[in-house]
Design a protein around this ligand. Structure first.
Ligand SMILES: Nc1nc2c(c(=O)[nH]1)N[C@H]1C(S)=C(S)[C@@H](COP(=O)(O)OP(=O)(O)OC[C@H]3O[C@@H](n4cnc5c(=O)[nH]c(N)nc54)[C@H](O)[C@@H]3O)O[C@H]1N2
Ligand SMILES: Nc1nc2c(c(=O)[nH]1)N[C@H]1C(S)=C(S)[C@@H](COP(=O)(O)OP(=O)(O)OC[C@H]3O[C@@H](n4cnc5c(=O)[nH]c(N)nc54)[C@H](O)[C@@H]3O)O[C@H]1N2
Ligand code: SF4
Ligand SMILES: [Mo]
Length: 672
């Protein structure tokens, strides 16, 4: 690495993006330049293929907006005037700010971080660990992405069901509730197509006619947020036909059934917006004597009552299966991802001290703004772009305007980085070591550096080390972060910790030759609804009140993932256009027709949280009450969001990205 070498070299790396696959990939390098990236045939999930983003990595790595040097703000916040500084100056500045805060308050509680999902590798724990070594501090907790469903399944079954995603190929029927794998999980489509080739029926339930819906045998256009109602209806139907399997043997079924008896069929049906025929197709599907795979997608849980939808759909699988639970596999995530990450955090970092302030993601900015005592002196954002992706953009703007010092570690100049006092450029995965486990499949893979770091970029770990050294120079012993820690020694330690669970991991370097398939953990599934009792809130309690009490806006705004981007990432360098441009809004052709809107017409979309400007794109597959926009960009759609959580939802530490309504105007006229 590093030297000029005219021959092409190959290095095994792993795509670190927040994506189902975690593809192992081969970097092709010539003269220390990444010239091409190809899939790794030894990765048993992606099997030698990548998505368009993966193949596009050389453009990503050398993109014009990639950060090269540490930058210090010159003008006003957000004015985007910067000066280049040295790493020494950058690390000393952060060290000074941290020590200043400690001296003023006698604690590090007024320094905090917010991080999430730019890179899902194990190396990221080192940066979080840096704060843990300081002692008390403020940090973000929870999971704004898939936390609702995870908790709901854990409550319902006492654990998360897991089946190898490859086994979906053996199903006789696949029912996808709110996932769009043709866009978000393209490698899974192989197994879905195999199942269909062998005669399986594919049913897709989604308010949007997605690329996945296009290849389905049956597409059911459900009203947003009503999956709990649809699943309840199905259970009622099946129960009336005595088609539930030994429900009385299920712990907690009595409470569940009482709930269900109270629910009104007509109300349920009108909630879902679907017809009798679609309902009967689903009833038939769940009576299939063979294997019916239920995929609980992340899309259906992004609602205020998303946990109820997850629990009800899961209940449908439990109630139509015998005690072995083999024929009604439910797919959600690979729980090993969390087991491994929790373990590394636990074993290799000091953990969070009791005086630390762990703030839920879904109210992070609001909570920081409310601190009376010990307000934040310094906020460090890494691996995260809240001004584009958070649910409370308005509160985030306020927080970033008011926090005395803001540090952002980034690959590119993002919406959030533009507000920073100090921007620290990080290496891409091609420039550092890392180790990855997928949250969907059971493959674990190594990432070796393929090229020297881009300009002066550094890994998050090496930034933590630099700041720690600068702190200790000023105040010996103030930071206990291990100063000899390198990326390689960190991942070796991670592998050693994980080798308790997977002995093959004893030698992390063996992964240079092939990714490793983890041995599946024994699935601890139980036919149980033991958490359905009055105290934990029954199934449909509150569901209808919420659904009828919606705000006075005309459209539901759905902002799901897009094929050629990962959230706000891949903004530049992508040479192909995505299905929807960032400045477009897709809507029903009928609505556009009625309002005289042509393709390209400018519209303003607004609600009480904010407004965004877009150009019309007509689409005859979209239902009348829905607007579709993409995430990210200059004028992020999340400006239309604000926190809308029930108390129960808050306890679930979750988010409701699609539970969002807005109206639309053109030239001062409101369009319905
Ligand atoms: N290309 C690409 N791939 C990605 C990502 C990306 O940004 N780009 N992001 C990754 C991440 S972090 C995640 S979390 C996953 C998410 O991937 P998925 O699990 O596929 O989830 P979403 O894209 O959020 O939503 C899936 C579908 O749910 C539908 N939906 C919305 N509301 C409802 C509803 O009320 N009921 C039902 N039944 N369906 C509904 C949406 O229209 C959408 O088609 O994708 C990952 N993969
Ligand atoms: N409207 C709407 N909003 C959503 C969603 C939605 O469906 N609709 N989905 C939600 C979901 S599922 C998710 S997962 C979140 C994602 O929320 P975020 O994690 O905030 O999403 P990204 O846009 O991927 O931002 C990650 C940032 O980390 C940076 N980064 C990448 N690698 C590294 C690294 O190694 N080190 C450092 N320091 N930085 C790095 C990237 O450049 C990028 O700017 O968005 C949520 N927001
Ligand atoms: S974005 Fe996902 S599918 Fe594409 S290369 Fe990365 S891990 Fe693979
Ligand atoms: Mo996500």
């Amino acid at each position: 690495m590093g030297q000029t070498n005219h021959r092409e070299r190959f290095t095994r790396t792993t795509c670190p993006r927040n994506c189902y696959s975690s593809c192992s990939m081969i970097a092709h390098v010539k003269n220390d330049r990444l010239i091409k990236v190809t899939g790794d045939p030894k990765h048993g999930f992606s099997r030698g293929k990548l998505c368009a983003k993966g193949y596009q990595y050389p453009e990503f790595v050398y993109a014009e907006n990639r950060l090269k040097y540490p930058l210090r703000r010159k003008g006003e916040r957000g004015e985007e005037k910067w000066e280049r500084i040295s790493w020494e100056e950058a690390c000393s500045t952060v060290a000074d700010k941290l020590i200043e805060s400690f001296d003023r308050r006698g604690t590090f509680r007024s320094v905090g971080y917010n991080t999430f999902s730019g890179n899902l590798g194990f190396l990221q724990h080192a940066m979080q660990g840096f704060f843990s070594y300081l002692g008390d501090h403020t940090y973000s907790v929870g999971n704004p992405c898939l936390g609702t469903g995870k908790l709901a399944l854990e409550r319902q079954r006492g654990g998360i069901p897991y089946h190898e995603p490859v086994t979906m190929a053996d199903a006789d029927c696949i029912v996808i509730w709110g996932a769009n794998p043709a866009v978000t999980n393209i490698h899974q489509m192989k197994f879905i197509h195999t199942a269909r080739d062998q005669g399986a029926v594919l049913i897709v339930i989604d308010p949007v006619f997605t690329p996945t819906a296009k290849v389905a045998d049956i597409y059911i256009q459900i009203k947003p947020g009503s999956d709990a109602a649809l699943a309840a209806l199905l259970i009622k139907h099946l129960s009336e036909q005595n088609a539930l399997i030994e429900p009385e043997t299920i712990e907690g079924f009595d409470v569940f059934q009482r709930d269900l008896n109270q629910a009104d069929v007509n109300q349920l049906l009108s909630e879902t917006g679907i017809g009798e025929e679609a309902l009967l197709a689903l009833v038939t599907a769940y009576q299939n004597p063979g294997t019916v795979a239920t995929w609980i997608g992340f899309g259906m849980q992004r609602y205020a009552f998303g946990d109820k939808s997850v629990r009800m759909v899961d209940a449908l699988a439990i109630l139509t299966e015998n005690a072995t639970l083999q024929k009604r596999p439910v797919f959600y995530i690979h729980p090993g991802f969390f087991t491994f990450h929790d373990r590394v955090d636990h074993e290799l970092t000091p953990g969070k001290s009791p005086g630390s302030r762990g703030l839920s993601y879904n109210r992070f900015a609001e909570t920081c703004l409310q601190f009376q005592e010990e307000p934040l002196d310094l906020l460090w954002i890494f691996n995260r772009n809240p001004l584009s992706q958070d649910e409370s953009v308005e509160a985030w703007k306020e927080l970033l305007d008011s926090v005395p010092f803001l540090v952002v570690s980034e690959l590119t100049m993002t919406k959030t980085a533009m507000y920073a006092d100090l921007i620290l450029p990080v290496t891409s995965h091609f420039e550092q070591y890392d180790l990855h486990v997928s949250y969907w499949n059971s493959w674990l893979s190594l990432n070796e550096p393929a090229i020297t770091p881009y300009h002066e970029s550094r890994s998050d770990l090496s930034i933590a080390r630099g700041v720690s050294e600068a702190m200790n120079e000023r105040r010996p012993g103030i930071s206990a972060f291990p100063e000899d820690l390198t990326e390689l020694s960190w991942i070796k330690q991670v592998a050693a910790v994980l080798s308790d669970l997977q002995p093959e991991l004893k030698d992390a370097m063996a992964l240079r030759f092939s990714p490793l398939q983890l041995k599946s953990e024994k699935v601890k599934e139980k036919r149980s609804f033991r958490h359905h009792n009055e105290k934990n809130c029954s199934f449909l309690n509150g569901f209808f009140q919420h659904r009828t009490g919606n705000e006075p806006y005309d459209f539901q705004v759905i902002t799901a993932q897009s094929l050629l981007h990962i959230h706000s990432q891949f903004e530049t360098g992508m040479i192909m256009p995505d299905h929807l441009h960032r400045n477009e809004v897709a809507m029903s052709e009928r609505v556009a027709e009625k309002e005289g809107l042509q393709d390209g017409d400018p519209v303003l979309i607004f609600n009480d949280a904010g407004e965004v400007r877009r150009h019309v794109k007509r689409d005859k597959t979209i239902a009348d009450g829905i607007l579709i926009m993409r995430q990210g960009g200059e004028d992020p759609v999340n400006q239309l969001m604000k926190e809308r959580h029930s108390t129960e939802m808050k306890k679930m530490n979750s988010t409701s990205f699609y539970d969002n309504r807005a109206s639309m105007i053109k030239a001062g006229r409101r369009l319905l």
